[in-house]
Design a protein around this ligand. Structure first.
Ligand SMILES: CC(C)(COP(=O)(O)OP(=O)(O)OC[C@H]1O[C@@H](n2cnc3c(N)ncnc32)[C@H](O)[C@@H]1OP(=O)(O)O)[C@@H](O)C(=O)NCCC(=O)NCCS
Length: 126
């Protein structure tokens, strides 16, 4: 059995407006949820603004369907001076069966920013 990595950052219901022409949930929508989830972690740690600077890898492992509960889990991977690499795992819960499965994973790099939009040093809480 695959275990979840990280802490729950956001949860959202997959809606019909987020589908691709085949009727599955559009990958770009999933990536934007992952970006939001990683952003919440950095903003919480840095107490301010943060920007995505890179997305190093994204793997779409299984489709997401309308009505699935989409949960994004985040885990800090590597701390730089002003940046943080974050693993994001996306899991879905199928309400009808209660089944949970990992559908997407990726690594996002964020930079903490000061009020002028310049990189500022970041520390993980002890
Ligand atoms: C974030 C931003 C202000 C950083 O400015 P910058 O001049 O690149 O700053 P620096 O060169 O000092 O780099 C800051 C950190 O970002 C990292 N970084 C910058 N560009 C990167 C890239 N393309 N890939 C990976 N890391 C990068 C650096 O390694 C550095 O990390 P460290 O301090 O932990 O060692 C600037 O790149 C920017 O505005 N980018 C656009 C962000 C954006 O619009 N994102 C989408 C919406 S949120």
């Amino acid at each position: 059995m695959i275990m979840k990595n990280g802490k729950l950052a956001i949860q959202i219901l997959a809606m019909p407006c987020n589908t691709n022409p085949s009727g599955d949930i559009f990958g770009g929508w999933i990536v934007s949820q992952m970006d939001l989830a990683a952003g919440t972690l950095v903003k919480r740690i840095s107490h301010g603004r943060a920007a995505t600077v890179s997305i190093d890898s994204i793997s779409f492992l299984a489709p997401v369907h309308v009505g699935d509960l989409v949960s994004c889990y985040v885990e800090p991977l590597e701390l730089g001076r002003t940046s943080l690499m974050i693993l994001v795992e996306v899991w879905v819960t199928v309400f009808k069966t209660g089944e949970e499965r990992k559908v997407t994973e990726g690594v996002f790099k964020f930079v903490a920013l000061d009020d002028n939009g310049k990189p500022k040093p970041i520390k993980l809480p002890t």
